[in-house]
Design a binder for this molecule. Sequence first.
Ligand code: HEC
Length: 119
Amino acid sequence: MKKILNITLFCLILISACVKNVEPEIEDSTMDCTVVEAYYTDHVATILSSKCTGCHSGPTPAFGLDISTYSLVKTNLSKILDRVNRNSGDAELMPQGGPKLSVANLDTLYSFSKMECDE
Ligand code: HEC
């Protein structure tokens, strides 16, 4: 009787081990932060430094808004997206005085806004 119990126990452990293995890994929806930071450096910072940080950086940034670093851009991203997506001719469109950013550049900023990572 004891032997049967042991075998049953052994089988149960085996089965549970197998079941654990077939279970799909829970997808992690957040990314590695180094990937997001690299995207910022390679794509986002280049756009902002040619179109925005002439006014929005340094000791007296326009409207008190400095967007010259990764964390400053992350913090102000919703405002940035709002302003760059205004219609051409809108007085609040950024870059100030226009022209509106290219569709490719707007896509880059949008993609960046969708990237999340655990700091
Ligand atoms: C020629 C200087 C200049 C450039 C270039 C410029 N801005 Fe601005 N920006 C301003 C000024 C001045 C204001 C304040 C007036 C206003 O709100 O429109 C402002 C306001 C803003 C605001 C609103 C801030 C708030 O707290 O509400 C955002 C966001 C912004 N700019 C983002 C950008 C982005 C992104 C770019 C590049 C695509 C950019 N700006 C390019 C001068 C500039």
